[in-house]
Design a protein around this ligand. Structure first.
Ligand SMILES: [Mg+2]
Ligand SMILES: [Zn+2]
Length: 162
């Protein structure tokens, strides 16, 4: 079985704040320490899987095509540092528009990722900046690590938790 570091996106990988929904490449800025921390996790044998709520799609604020364009740019940028994002799972729904089981703290996206990549939850971690990230992880018996929004992910590495 594989082990994974599950990652929230907004506020963890990229800066959150200037706009509520980040779908324009001009607004997509990686947080400090992301390259270094992801390199560390990868070199320690973890798959890197992003799980993100993107309710702006249900609200019609941006399209799946726009989101995928931003994600491709993110993946290419990280790949320049040798970092391979295993996969990105996103929930395009919003409870005001289209209730679902995949929006965190729902666990459907975690279940799909675990099955697709044969992941052992007990050997895996979730890094999030919201209690809902941690709650979803807990339901799956994945260890949750709460970091400050737009914080430096190297702090997680330095803490020695992973
Ligand atoms: Mg977040
Ligand atoms: Zn959903």
């Amino acid at each position: 079985m594989n082990k994974a570091v599950f990652l929230d996106r907004d506020g963890v990988i990229n800066k959150k704040g200037r706009t509520y929904y980040v779908f324009d490449e001009a607004d997509f800025v990686l947080n400090d320490g992301v390259h270094e921390a992801l390199s560390y996790f990868q070199s320690n044998g973890f798959l890197l899987i992003v799980i993100t709520n993107q309710g702006g799609i249900a609200k019609g604020i941006y399209s799946e095509e726009q989101l995928e364009k931003v994600h491709n740019t993110m993946k290419m940028d990280l790949l320049k540092s040798g970092i391979k994002i295993t996969d990105i799972f996103y929930c395009p729904h919003h409870p005001d528009v289209s209730p679902c089981l995949c929006r965190k703290p729902g666990v459907l996206l975690f279940q799909q990722a675990i099955e697709k990549y044969d992941i052992d939850p007990a050997s895996s971690f979730m890094i999030g900046d919201s209690e809902i990230d941690i709650l979803a992880a807990k339901k799956m018996e994945i260890k949750g690590i709460l970091m400050p929004t737009n914080g430096n992910m190297m702090k997680v590495v330095e803490s020695g938790i992973i």
